[in-house]
Design a protein around this ligand. Structure first.
Ligand SMILES: *[C@@H]1O[C@H](CO)[C@@H](O)[C@H](O)[C@H]1NC(C)=O
Ligand SMILES: *[C@@H]1O[C@H](CO)[C@@H](O)[C@H](O)[C@H]1NC(C)=O
Length: 343
């Protein structure tokens, strides 16, 4: 059955909802209620300022607090004494608990890696119309302490907002050297990530699978209207399944964030902001963004798509054999791709 699940990998479609405004309003009020209900696990962002605000002017402070006001709760357990080597921010649909659990139990677990550097995994989820999902995510957050829950809608077209809010939150609350933005269907090789980020020698870094001269589509799933974005070609950007920013880049970007001036393609949006901030996009090895055959390569930093738990296990096992955490397995090592017909 392997070939079937492998073939299916890229065929899943994200369904898109149009929500009536009345409904949006009722959800808005529900959100306020939830915020109060879950205040026991919310941290008061205003009072846990990591950066001296002197670097931000008043307009930015107002924008920043507007952006942060979309956080219903922040359950993240952090060590405030620590500067994390990397903070991994993962956009995850609230209903994808299975994917989050898979990550926590597999590549997200420190027991699988040899590095001693500190990293933090944060899942950024938003709401749906399903009240039960909200209760469940609150329970999950209480136990796992790795969820940032937002009062925006789970919608492909609102992923940009997730990224804006998550980066603003990280910049405000956590001390880190680098930030890796990923999705819940991305495999990540923590040892290689750490190796990569420790070698970064630029202040304003932005690394990943670089896409240049992409045409702004006006139709279909990736359509962006002229009102959203006037230009016909995107500035260079990195695929959103996994890219790395240095702390200085994040800091410069958040000064330009405005939730009212976004377009819906989240990775291209980050490229646009980087351009405005004077940050250069750098193509880097190991960012495998179109790996539908689930091929393992020793230098893998991130691999996407990674929806199939068996593909994930294959990549992890091969990584662990290479870092000495698992005994050698010649049969497995002879296999380059999980999807056997892919290589
Ligand atoms: C940013 O990262 C550098 C190392 O790459 C570190 O020395 C510095 O403390 C970090 N800044 C903040 C605000 O965390
Ligand atoms: C792995 O491949 C080599 C040749 O490349 C072969 O000699 C060996 O028998 C294979 N091992 C297994 C366990 O399949």
């Amino acid at each position: 059955m392997r070939s079937i699940s492998c073939a299916k990998v890229s065929n899943k479609k994200i369904s898109v909802f149009l929500i009536a405004s009345i409904f949006l309003m009722s959800i808005f009020f529900y959100g306020t209620m939830l915020k109060n209900t879950f205040s026991f696990i919310s941290t008061d962002i205003e009072n846990s300022d990591k950066n001296p605000s002197t670097t931000l002017n008043t307009i930015n402070l107002a924008k920043e607090s507007e952006i942060l006001s979309h956080i219903i709760f922040d359950s993240i357990e952090t060590d405030l004494e620590l500067t994390y080597t990397t903070i991994i921010v993962i956009s995850s649909h609230v209903d994808n608990r299975n994917r989050r659990n898979m990550i926590r139990e597999t590549w997200g677990s420190i027991f699988n890696w040899v590095t001693n550097e500190k990293y933090l995994i944060v899942f950024v989820v938003a709401r749906t119309t399903n009240a039960r999902a909200m209760i469940e995510i609150a329970d999950e957050a209480k136990i796992r302490r790795d969820i940032l829950y937002l009062d925006i809608f789970e919608d492909f077209y609102l992923l940009t907002k997730k990224v804006i809010i998550a980066l603003t939150w990280a910049n405000k609350k956590i001390s880190f050297k680098t930030l890796l933005k990923g999705d819940d269907d991305t495999y990540m090789h923590l040892d290689n990530i750490i190796k990569f980020v420790k070698k970064i020698d630029v202040t304003d870094g932005y690394f990943g699978n670089k896409i240049s001269n992409a045409y702004v589509q006006r139709e279909g799933k990736y359509q962006v209207s002229k009102e959203e974005l006037e230009k016909d070609f995107y500035n260079p950007y990195c695929s959103g399944g996994g890219f790395i920013l240095t702390n200085s880049s994040v800091h410069k970007m958040i000064l330009l964030f405005d939730l009212n001036k976004i377009f819906r393609i989240d990775d291209a949006f980050i490229g646009e902001i980087a351009f405005q901030a004077g940050i250069t996009v750098t193509q880097a090895d190991g960012f495998f963004m179109y790996n539908s055959g689930c091929k393992y390569e020793k230098n893998v930093i991130v691999s996407h798509p990674n929806k199939d738990p068996e593909c994930n296990n294959f990549l992890l096992k091969r990584s662990l054999i290479d870092n000495g955490k698992l005994l050698r397995d010649f049969k497995l090592e002879n296999q380059s791709c999980f999807c056997k017909n892919a290589c």
